[in-house]
Design a protein around this ligand. Structure first.
Ligand code: ADP
Length: 251
């Protein structure tokens, strides 16, 4: 218990540090982007304009990365009781256009009928990251399977729910699989931040849950399967100073 406490303190300290870094980054980046905009307006030279545009898009990337760390702030003080089906539904809505445009079929198999405790915004962020990744991997089409069911964590014996997000996409090779939880690891070039899975696993660990996956490039029909486990009652309410954002660099 003492080790866990020390770990929590360490996490909280890193959290404070990283969120203040994100603030420090966002303000000057905003200022620089405004200046670039003005500079672009004031020059007719096509070559200079295109250089300024590149500078602008690089800064947007910085802003995105800082933004993802800031979103890690708590929105609520205590965990709320939610239904898995409602979480899935609200996240799916965000992606409805991309799903439709890419002819991705969504299959829902919901068996977790009891509410569970969580920080809703955070778990929605996790589902959002996983579903966005699944869609990215399936372009230009495929099948997204969302499943929820009651589950028992074999390691702790805890009762909870399992949420499955499975796609029929490209899958991952071993090299990629080994690195996906690293901060800033992405195979999407400029289109990715490499923060989605890293943040997701941190959020789940904080909830006393975890994330497992199976992925292969050998079988197009199966692609990638992520399974989230969350305990019915979030341990967070008592153990962790919940006003702190938590953040880990590497392991
Ligand atoms: P990002 O999406 O910005 O790259 P993530 O941390 O969410 O960052 O994902 C890291 C990498 O993991 C991705 O770049 C991709 O290579 C791989 N990945 C994640 N989810 C999937 C998936 N469902 N199918 C295939 N590859 C995936």
């Amino acid at each position: 218990a003492e080790a866990a406490l020390r770990q929590n303190e360490k996490l909280a300290a890193v959290g404070r540090l990283s969120s203040s870094i994100a603030h420090e980054i966002n303000n000057p980046v905003d200022a620089a982007m405004n200046l670039l905009y003005l500079a672009r307006e004031q020059t007719a030279d096509a070559e200079i304009r295109s250089l300024l545009e590149i500078a602008d898009s690089e800064l947007k990337r910085v802003a995105n990365i800082a933004g993802e760390t800031l979103r890690f702030h708590k929105q609520a003080d205590r965990p709320e009781r939610v239904l898995a089906a409602d979480l899935f539904a609200s996240v799916l809505m965000l992606h409805s256009r991309r799903l439709r445009n890419n002819r991705i079929e969504v299959l829902r198999r919901e068996r977790a009928l009891k509410p569970f405790e969580c920080f809703e915004g955070e778990i929605r962020q996790v589902l959002n990251n996983l579903i966005a990744n699944a869609i990215d991997a399936m372009l230009p089409g495929g099948r997204l399977l969302l499943r929820s069911r009651p589950a028992v964590d074999w390691a702790s014996g805890q009762h909870g729910i399992a949420l499955t997000i499975a796609d029929t996409g490209s899958g991952m090779n071993e090299q990629t699989r080994n690195r996906i939880f690293e901060a800033f690891f992405t195979t999407k070039g400029i289109g990715g931040t490499g923060l989605g899975l890293w943040i997701s696993s941190e959020i789940l660990i904080r909830h006393g849950g975890h994330l497992k996956l199976r992925s292969s490039t050998l079988d197009r029909r199966h692609g990638t399967v992520f399974v989230i486990f969350l305990p019915l009652n979030s341990p967070l309410s008592e153990d962790v100073p919940i006003s702190e954002p938590l953040y880990i660099f590497g392991n």
